[in-house]
Design a binder for this molecule. Structure first.
Ligand code: HEM
Length: 410
């Protein structure tokens, strides 16, 4: 299937978005979405937005819900099913106020910049250790040797999840990340491997339940122990909600920052002056990170449900319809960014949507930025001669798009 056909209809374009052949460079497909403007597919109760202004407006709109059960599609399925949530209780990412507000507030203190910045020495030590290993070898895989182990170690430490258990749940986390891909919305069928994903979800929930019981008798200085103390002190949250919250943080900590670090390394290796500039001046890290978040965002799209009839730009969305917001398309919108296809960390101050916007704005943004700043400034300074060593390989994921292999010679 060609990525650049200019006459694709709405359904064909959506299938191109799902097509693994377009994963390495989905941006020509996103351009076609923008050229078509908002797309409505009444037969599947779906509206797709790809312009920056529309995505921004939909994210801020008071009638935008993140509760999938409010969609017409889910309501139809529920009518035939006894289990409303086969994947367990929803995390606060997929809840609306007041539950969203209550649960987010309980963990938000742990992620504010002031608290996160206290992790800098630990993160620096972790990065230095990883780079020492690389230096001994002369070549490395960005994913397995740096971009993956760092955020995983940090989130496990924050939550109080033993790092020794990590190999077990990294597989579950990868499978659950695929559940965010919009196969059902586009094709009416889940992507292959649904049963495997459901089993992985069950396994992870049971693992977290067991860990919570251990922490209950032996509390530590970690987020899970603090949530247990809140649970025990009153009626602010339930054990299932602790599991759902830890699940969300664990998956967010596993599947996103890795892509930010790897996408930034790839962009700089393709623009070697940027690699050299950051290596010489660590203060450039925030500019590189914000431009990577715009240019090649780790989260390519998000979904919202119209809780009421609502209007975005000139488009009316009917209550219960799903809205697919193509953030990666919005961030290459020439009406918002000059020369959007150019990777330019020196562009004038700008606002991207890579961490979302509004109520569900990414809680982990300060942590992701810190981890990426430490990793990127250290790797560029330590390996000034680094260069790409073979073609990058992408995972199949559409929503949490990212590399599976990125070989670099140093
Ligand atoms: C570069 C890395 C990251 C990116 C690009 C990213 C992106 C996003 C986006 C786009 C959303 C909004 C989703 C929506 O509106 O539907 C979000 C929400 C969220 N992120 Fe991140 N994220 C990153 C790293 C992290 C990390 C490291 C954590 C925590 C360990 C985290 C925790 C969360 C949480 C808890 C939410 C839900 C917030 C809410 O519903 O109120 N994220 N993230």
């Amino acid at each position: 299937m060609s990525a650049t056909s200019s006459v694709a209809g709405p359904q064909e374009l959506l299938l191109q978005l799902l097509d693994p052949a377009n994963r390495a460079d989905p941006y020509p497909v996103y351009r076609q979405f923008r050229d078509r403007g908002p797309m409505q597919l009444p037969e599947t109760n779906l509206t797709v937005f790809s312009a920056y202004r529309d995505c921004d407006e939909a994210l801020r709109h008071p009638s935008s819900s993140n509760d999938r059960l409010k969609s017409t599609l889910a309501q139809r399925l529920l009518a035939d099913s006894a289990t409303p949530r086969p994947m367990g209780a929803a995390s606060f990412l997929f809840l609306d106020p007041p539950d969203h507000t209550r649960l987010r507030k309980l963990v938000s203190k742990a992620f504010v910049p002031k608290v996160v910045n206290e992790l800098r020495p630990d993160i620096t030590e972790l990065v230095d250790g990883l780079l020492d290993h690389i230096a001994e070898r002369g070549r490395f895989d960005v994913i397995s040797d740096l971009a993956y182990p760092l955020p995983v170690a940090v989130i496990c430490r924050l939550l109080g999840v033993p790092l020794e258990d990590e190999p077990g749940f990294s597989r579950a986390s990868a499978l659950l990340a695929q559940a965010l891909d919009p196969f059902f919305a586009v094709t009416g069928e889940p992507a292959e491997g649904l049963q495997e994903r459901i089993r992985a979800g069950q396994w992870l929930r049971e693992y977290l339940h067991d860990l919570i019981e251990q922490r209950r008798s032996q509390p530590g200085d970690d987020l899970m122990s603090r949530l247990i103390a809140v649970e025990e002190s009153g009626d602010q949250l339930t054990a299932d909600e602790i599991v759902a919250t830890c699940n969300l943080l664990l998956i967010a900590g596993h599947e996103t920052t890795v892509n930010l670090i790897a996408n930034a390394i790839l962009a700089m290796l393709r623009h070697p002056t940027q690699w050299a500039a950051l290596g010489a001046d660590a203060d450039r890290a925030p500019a590189v990170i914000e431009e990577t978040l715009r240019y090649d965002p780790p989260v390519q799209l998000v979904v919202r449900i119209a809780a009421d009839d609502m209007t975005i730009g000139d488009t009316t969305v009917v209550k219960g319809d799903s809205m697919m917001l193509l953030l990666a398309a919005a961030q290459h919108d020439p009406n918002q960014f000059q020369q959007p296809e150019t990777f330019n960390p020196d562009r004038e101050a700008f606002q991207h949507l890579a961490f979302g916007r509004g109520l569900h704005y990414c809680l982990g943004a300060p942590l992701a930025r810190l981890e990426a700043a430490v990793a990127l400034s250290a790797v560029t300074a330590r390996f000034p001669e680094a260069r790409l060593d073979g073609e990058p390989v992408y995972k199949q994921n559409v929503t949490l798009r990212g590399l599976s292999t990125l070989s670099v010679a140093v």
